[in-house]
Design a binder for this molecule. Structure first.
Ligand SMILES: [Zn+2]
Ligand SMILES: [Zn+2]
Length: 334
């Protein structure tokens, strides 16, 4: 014990601390920074310039100031995540938040702001912050002992996140009310619960193979389920990405879909936005994109996340890409 420091200000902290006494940072959570002026970690210009004028143009070369959300990477023991703007979009409207309560478990939330809604990055950020807080509070309090507890907490997290996103809406602009997708995981001793609304996904990868844990809340997926479209037709259908469920003022969503599984063998749980899975839709595709030995835990989760994000960037990076990887030990422990 001892020797830990705050990631924000480097002040010494105790493993028992929830917040840094020096700067107030929540020590359990890693999250995408809120965009806009005053965001944390202001990055340098591509030219190396550090001075920007009032309009955010580099004083040296005139380029627009890069957003602190353009790419973020975070790691905690057993879990790591990356959120990347990709190559085509002007902003990163995905958000992620994750945290770990020592001896209790890990909680992860990934949300993808709906591009056709306004302030989509605020929607996804407030959703991950709100939901991660609910899930981590549950882990901290020791009330997530069973699958039913974890599923109830996941439902509470979705209700709270939906209400928080809904509060961003302007009554006079209801048709573009801020909206986002949602996928979460609570990984405790021996089991994991995944919850979702929309088309962000979770995959389980183990030595025995890979599986997709979520089913997309899209019109195309519904048409496939009804036998109107084949899986292949759905991928190219213009309705493929039209959501049938989302979080936001007009969502009408009252609960997520959830799935709970026992963690019996070592593996990886991968949560991602469609900016990744568009390029590796099938579980076998995702498996093939992993670094060798990734499942046997010889590769750090951050390296796994980097490899997956790179696959999407190399394939064109048409959308924002967010990937969070959780190591599953199997046979108890997380
Ligand atoms: Zn601090
Ligand atoms: Zn510059």
């Amino acid at each position: 014990m001892g020797g830990e420091t705050c990631p924000e200000c480097s002040a010494p902290v105790s493993p028992k601390d929830r917040f840094c006494e020096a700067c107030g940072r929540n020590l359990r959570v890693r999250r995408t920074p809120v965009g806009g002026p005053g965001s944390q970690w202001p990055p340098l210009c591509a030219c190396g310039g550090a001075e920007f004028d009032e309009d955010g143009a580099c004083e040296a070369c005139g380029r627009a100031r890069p957003s602190a959300r353009d790419r973020v990477e975070f790691a905690l023991p057993g879990v790591a995540g990356i959120s990347d703007r990709g190559r085509r979009r002007r902003r990163n409207e995905d958000s992620m938040a994750f945290g770990r309560v020592r001896g209790r478990g890990t909680a992860v939330v990934v949300c993808d702001g709906v591009a056709s809604s306004e302030r989509a990055e605020q929607a996804s950020q407030v959703a991950v912050d709100t939901a991660a807080d609910v899930l981590l509070t549950g882990l901290q309090s020791g009330t997530l002992q069973s699958a039913r507890d974890a599923e109830r907490a996941t439902a509470e997290a979705v209700v709270a996140a939906n209400a928080a996103v809904a509060r961003l809406a302007r009554p006079e602009a209801a048709e573009v009310a801020p909206s986002c997708t949602f996928v979460s995981a609570v990984v405790t001793d021996g089991s994991a619960t995944v919850g979702w609304v929309g088309d962000s996904r979770a995959y389980l990868v183990a030595e025995a193979g890979a599986a997709r844990l979520t089913s997309d809340d899209t019109w195309a997926a519904q048409l496939v389920a009804q036998g109107v479209l084949t899986e292949e037709e759905a991928l190219t259908d213009r309705r493929a990405h039209v959501l049938s469920r989302w979080l936001g003022a007009d969502s009408g969503v009252t609960e997520p879909q959830t799935v709970t599984f026992m963690v019996e063998t070592p593996g990886l749980l991968v949560l991602c936005s469609d900016g990744l899975w568009n390029y590796v839709p099938e579980p076998e595709d995702l498996l093939a994109a992993l670094p060798p030995e990734a499942i046997a835990r010889r590769v750090a989760p951050l390296e796994v996340a980097r490899a997956l994000v790179q696959v999407a960037l190399d394939a064109g990076g048409h959308d924002n890409i967010t990937v969070v990887v959780v190591q599953l030990r199997g046979g108890g422990g997380s």
